[in-house]
Ligand binder design. Sequence first.
Ligand code: NAD
Ligand code: WQD
Length: 336
Amino acid sequence: MQILVTGGLGYIGSHTSVELISKGFDVVIVDDLSNSKLNVFDKIKKITGKNPNLEIKDLKNKSEVKKLFSDYRFDGIIHFAAHKSVNESVNFPEKYYKNNIGSLENLLENIDEKMHFIFSSSCTVYGQADKMPIKEDFPIKKSESPYGETKQICESILKKFCDNNPNFNNITLRYFNPIGAHSSGLIGELPLGKPENLVPFLTQTAIGKRDQLIVFGDDYNTPDGTCIRDYIHIEDLADVHVSCLEYSIQKKNKKNYEFYNVGTGEGLSVLELINLFEKVNNVKVNYKIGKRRKGDVIIAFADVSKIKQNIGWVCKHSVDDALKSSWFWEKNLRDE
Ligand code: NAD
Ligand code: WQD
């Protein structure tokens, strides 16, 4: 079966492409290189020993998307391509609306009802939930950022599209915090410039690329005062896409629009994560407590019972493994 992976050279897309290829799917990657490097493609080929198709195209461009759909016959689409910086989205909201919403609309214009569709959403759609763990039926609150808003709008677009096209099947996955790298050390997260996310900042500090990691606040109402998140190994995240695709192909969907949390179900504080990183990798991280970062939710971790019950999917990797793989990846980048 031929699967289109949009944003397939990015962090989550590259790991998922590897997983799909290793399960025997025929993969077509489309990416505009706006947040990725061409050499990721060589790494995907090296890990899998296969030669997937690569199309360097911008999904904002209607005619390029149309051409893509006339050149191939896709059985499924996993749509990762989007801009993802919360900070940047506050300063350049238009860039986010145009790309994140426009690209989805261009895909849907060309879609055949028989294609299985999987969409990358985010725990950011919940904002600060009132209770933990977060269940899928919790309210979607007003978004703190244009980025979060694009995910809420895309979810609504897909829901409407499914209502109007009863034979079309979509699964929306709301990821919590993906971390880690492929066990080969060949692919991982490649932040351009100064990382916004905790783990890339942590590994870059540990290796000496950054002087010091600032912990954004230790005066929150949590056991150690730092924020709590649900950190999921990227290899688990890659695996869940393949499981959802297979579930959809096997026509196991109960509804034609389904949506799931994807996390471990466990919350870790920033200090717990740093301590764990130091312990499992036997390395010291220079960090200090700083001020709170604007817009941070205090606690977010997933209730993962829905995906376990419906799709039969559970995480296989530990946070320890994820932090070991992040460190292995950072050291490989240095030695490249
Ligand atoms: P990423 O930036 O590493 O990957 C996205 C890829 O899409 C990049 O390779 C980029 O070049 C490509 N792209 C962007 N716009 C494009 C366009 N118009 N046409 C073609 N290619 C385009 O991001 P990621 O971390 O792999 O995230 C993948 C998806 O998951 C995104 O939709 C993101 O919003 C979502 N998500 C990510 C996280 C996270 O923490 N990484 C969490 C929740 C949800
Ligand atoms: C984790 C914790 C920070 C950096 C973001 C997006 C969200 C989703 C996942 C896409 C927080 C703290 C961080 C640092 C720190 N992405 N931190 N020092 O904020 O949970 O979520 O990525 O959909 O939409 O907002 O992830 O890794 O940035 O932060 O103390 O230098 O680490 O305050 O508590 P976050 P993160």
